[in-house]
Design a protein around this ligand. Structure first.
Ligand code: PLP
Length: 380
C-alpha cells in the first residue's frame, strides 16, 4: 500500500491489523476480565483488567478515533452511558446549554440532573445561533451540547458556528453525531471538542449491539474527567458486543451511502403526496437546514426522515401500524427499515407533534420502500 490509507480502508480492514500469532485477518475477541503479570510484576500485555477497557474495546476505540480524527476515544455500554459521562464531568452547579429538540432520552437525562441541582440547564431552539450565543453569554457556561441532524424533525445545527460560540465563552462543545457518523461528518474537524455516538445505531448497523462512544480532539482536563468517570463507573460494553461493533463498522461507509440514497428517494417520492403535509429530510433542497447540511454532511444526508400527516395523530398511527416492509419499532441506523409514531413512544413529556412518523431507511430496495409507504398512504 502506498500513502496513508483512507478512513474507509481503515474501517473496512479494522486498521489492517493481522493477528500476529495466527495470521487471522479478523481480530480475535478477548473476553478475559483480568490479565497476567510476569515474575517482575510487569504486565505481559497493555492492560491489567477489563474495566475500563480490554484489548477488544481498545481496538474498536482506536478504529473510531481514526475515523473521527480524534486524539482518543472510549467505548461505553450505551449511547446514554456515554452522554451521562459527559454530564458527570461537569462541576456541581455548572451550566449546560442544550436543545429544545434533541434525542428525548438525553434531554430527559439533563433535565433530571438540573431538577436535582446537579447542573443548571438552558434549552435553545436547535440551529438558532443568536439564541445559543445569548444563552452561553448569560452566565459562565461549561458545556454546549448539540445534536445534528436532531431527532425527530432533523433540524440541522451548524457545528463550526456552535464551536465558535462555545469556545468564545470558554465552554466545551459536545456533539451527538449519532445520525451523522464519521463517514459523513467529522465533528472534531469542524471545531467540536467531543463527539458522541450511540454506536447502537449506524456505527454497528445491525440492531444487535447496545454501545456508545466518545471521541475527543484534545486530551485536556475535560477528557481526563470523562476518562475518570469511564473508569470509576465501568459502564463499558462486553467483549462480544465490542467485537460485533467492530464487525459492523467494517461496512459503515457502504451501508450509510445506500441508506442515504434510499432516504433521498423516499423523501422525494413522499413530497407532494396528498396525505402528507411535510417531509422533513435535510437532503431536500427545501429543508431550512439544507445548505449547512450539504456543507457538513459530505458523505450523504443519512437514512433518517420524518413525515407529518394531514390525518393528524390517527393518520400517523395508521401509517406506522400499516406498513409491512417498514417494521414498527424504535431505534435507527440498522440495515432493516423501521417506522415509528414518535410522540407516543416519547411519552407524556413529548413536544413532538402527534402527526409525525419517523422513518429509518435501511438497505432494502428503495422502490419497495416507496411502494410500502404509498400502499398505506393512498388509503388514508
Ligand atoms: N442519541 C441519539 C441521537 C439517539 O437516537 C439515541 C438512541 O436512540 C441515543 C443518543 C441513546 O443511545 P443508546 O440507546 O445507545 O443509549
Amino acid at each position: 500500500m502506498t500513502g496513508k490509507p483512507s478512513p474507509e480502508t481503515l474501517a473496512v480492514q479494522a486498521m489492517h491489523r493481522i493477528d500476529a500469532g495466527t495470521g487471522a485477518v479478523i481480530p480475535p475477541i478477548h473476553p478475559a476480565s483480568t490479565y497476567a503479570r510476569g515474575a517482575d510484576n510487569a504486565l505481559i500485555g497493555a492492560v491489567d483488567y477489563r474495566r475500563p477497557e480490554g484489548p477488544t474495546e481498545q481496538h474498536v476505540a482506536e478504529v473510531l478515533a481514526a475515523l473521527e480524527g480524534a486524539s482518543d476515544a472510549r467505548l461505553f455500554s450505551s449511547g446514554m452511558a456515554a452522554g451521562a459521562a459527559v454530564v458527570e464531568s461537569i462541576p456541581a452547579g455548572g451550566h449546560v446549554v442544550a436543545q429544545t429538540r434533541m434525542y428525548y432520552g438525553a434531554k430527559a437525562l439533563m433535565e433530571r440532573a438540573a431538577a436535582k441541582g446537579r447542573i443548571a440547564l438552558t434549552l435553545v431552539e436547535p440551529g438558532d445561533t443568536a439564541e445559543l450565543k445569548e444563552a452561553v453569554a448569560a452566565r459562565h457556561t461549561d458545556l454546549v451540547w448539540i445534536e445534528t441532524p436532531a431527532n425527530p424533525a432533523w433540524d440541522v445545527v451548524d457545528i463550526a458556528a456552535s464551536a465558535e460560540i462555545a469556545h468564545a465563552a470558554g465552554a466545551t462543545l459536545a456533539v451527538d453525531g449519532t445520525c451523522a457518523p464519521p463517514c459523513t461528518t467529522r465533528a472534531l474537524d469542524l471545531g467540536a471538542d467531543i463527539v458522541m455516538h450511540s454506536a447502537t445505531k449506524y456505527l454497528n448497523g445491525h440492531s444487535d449491539v447496545l454501545a456508545g462512544v466518545l471521541a475527543t480532539r484534545d486530551t485536556g482536563d475535560r477528557w481526563a474527567e470523562i476518562c475518570e468517570v469511564h473508569n470509576k463507573t465501568g459502564a463499558i460494553p462486553g467483549a462480544f458486543e465490542s467485537w460485533l461493533l467492530m464487525r459492523g463498522l467494517r461496512t459503515l461507509f457502504v451501508r450509510f451511502e445506500r441508506q442515504s440514497a434510499n432516504a433521498m428517494a423516499v423523501a422525494e417520492a413522499m413530497t407532494g403526496h396528498p396525505a402528507v403535509s411535510a417531509v422533513l429530510y435535510p437532503g431536500l433542497t427545501t429543508h431550512p437546514g439544507h445548505a449547512i447540511a450539504a456543507r457538513q454532511m459530505t458523505g450523504g444526508f443519512g437514512g433518517m426522515l420524518s413525515l407529518r400527516l394531514k390525518g393528524g395523530f390517527d393518520g400517523a398511527r395508521k401509517l406506522a401500524a400499516g406498513t409491512k416492509l417498514f417494521i414498527q419499532a424504535t431505534s435507527l441506523g440498522g440495515v432493516e427499515s423501521l417506522i415509528e409514531h414518535r410522540a407516543p413512544v416519547e411519552g407524556p413529556q413529548t413536544t413532538t407533534p402527534g402527526d409525525l412518523v419517523r422513518l429509518s431507511c435501511g438497505i432494502e430496495p428503495a422502490d419497495e420502500m416507496i411502494a410500502d409507504l404509498k400502499g398505506v398512504l393512498d388509503r388514508l
